[in-house]
Design a protein around this ligand. Structure first.
Ligand code: HEM
Length: 316
């Protein structure tokens, strides 16, 4: 109770101090249909390809953890700059066309008003809801950044991290262990490619051939899929397009796909949270919505710290 009180205070503080100029009704006068246009565009895209919900949520995470939520992840590389999106950690990001389409429609209504960073945050919100997750309103008014450099992606977490590495990295961004687990719950959507977890399947360490935290028959089925190569995909849980608790059930059964997923069940501090979410989706949804809203406020740029890009793939 006391912990959640302090958490709320913290969230309010982050909102007020970190993002003075952001507000829920930021575009109410200047572009009243912006929010709805993003929702319609996302829904239309997801009807065609439901797997893009995962892509849109991941795009928001990879945007916010590198240079803050400023759409730096959308910028294309140029002759003299290799941008974030060309980093190995970002090569499998998906959903860029959905953002482009929403931006195009919004520019027709109100040119130069709505930032790409806000569109990314709104699209992630809509993707979560479309997949059956919680609906949450988010403050808007982020400006787009002018910097996107491959070397900055060093701030993204590695899939072979253990829980203390993850806790440290997330703590540096202002998140506690509970929020780390809630945000990792995003892996209730989508899939991972074998290149990101194959080290768990053979020559694991000096003692074990296979990662001992992996369920043995699940390890065999992963090996069968991965015989097809590093790009073969395995869903994080048995409902890859549904935002639900199945990811946490997978962790409880030793069926977390990435080492960075399963480690959340190995560490007693995070295991308690995993078990809580596995039992109670209302609790997971509530915490996820709080944590992802907070993530959406990371190092946001305001006023002339940024710009509203005309084309999300290029600085003005
Ligand atoms: C805790 C640290 C995290 C690590 C180490 C991590 C790592 C990864 C990796 C390696 C993949 C698979 C990429 C591929 O094989 O193509 C992935 C996918 C994904 N990640 Fe994370 N991630 C983390 C946290 C998050 C967070 C906080 C979110 C969002 C809030 C997120 C959202 C996603 C989604 C939705 C996918 C599936 C993408 C798709 O199917 O297209 N991840 N992540």
């Amino acid at each position: 109770m006391i912990a959640s009180f302090f958490k709320s205070i913290l969230l309010i503080e982050v909102f007020m101090v970190g993002a003075e100029a952001l507000s829920m009704g930021y575009y109410i006068m200047s572009c009243p249909f912006a929010d709805q246009t993003v929702t319609d565009t996302v829904n239309q895209a997801l009807r065609k390809d439901p797997t893009l919900a995962a892509g849109l949520l991941r795009l928001h995470f990879h945007d916010c953890f590198v240079q803050g939520c400023d759409a730096s992840v959308l910028i294309d590389s140029t002759e003299d700059n290799t941008a974030e999106k060309d980093s190995p950690a970002n090569l499998s990001l998906r959903g860029y066309e959905v953002i482009d389409q929403a931006k195009k429609l919004i520019e027709q209504q109100c040119p130069g008003v709505v930032s790409c960073a806000d569109i990314v945050a709104l699209a992630a919100r809509d993707a979560v809801f479309w997949a059956g997750g919680p609906y949450y309103d988010i403050p808007k008014g982020r400006k787009d950044g002018r910097r996107s450099k491959i070397e900055d992606t060093i701030n993204l977490p590695s899939p072979i991290s253990n829980s203390s590495d993850l806790m440290k990295l997330f703590w540096q961004h202002g998140f506690n262990a509970r929020e780390l687990v809630a945000l990792s719950g995003a892996h209730t959507l989508g899939a991972a490619r074998c290149g990101n977890f194959k080290q768990r399947l053979s020559n694991f360490d000096a003692v074990n051939d296979v990662d001992p935290t992996l369920d043995s028959s699940f390890a065999k089925s992963l090996s069968r899929v991965c015989a097809a190569g590093d790009d073969a995909e395995v869903p994080f849980d048995r409902t890859r397009n549904a935002f639900d608790r199945a990811y946490f059930w997978a962790l409880q059964s030793g069926m977390g796909v990435l080492a960075s997923d399963q480690t959340l069940f190995s560490d007693p501090q995070t295991r308690r949270v995993v078990n809580g979410y596995a039992m109670n989706d209302a609790m997971f949804f509530f915490d996820f919505q709080q944590a992802v809203t907070k993530m959406g406020l990371l190092d946001v740029k305001e006023g002339n710290q940024g710009e509203v890009r005309a084309d999300c793939r290029r600085v003005n």
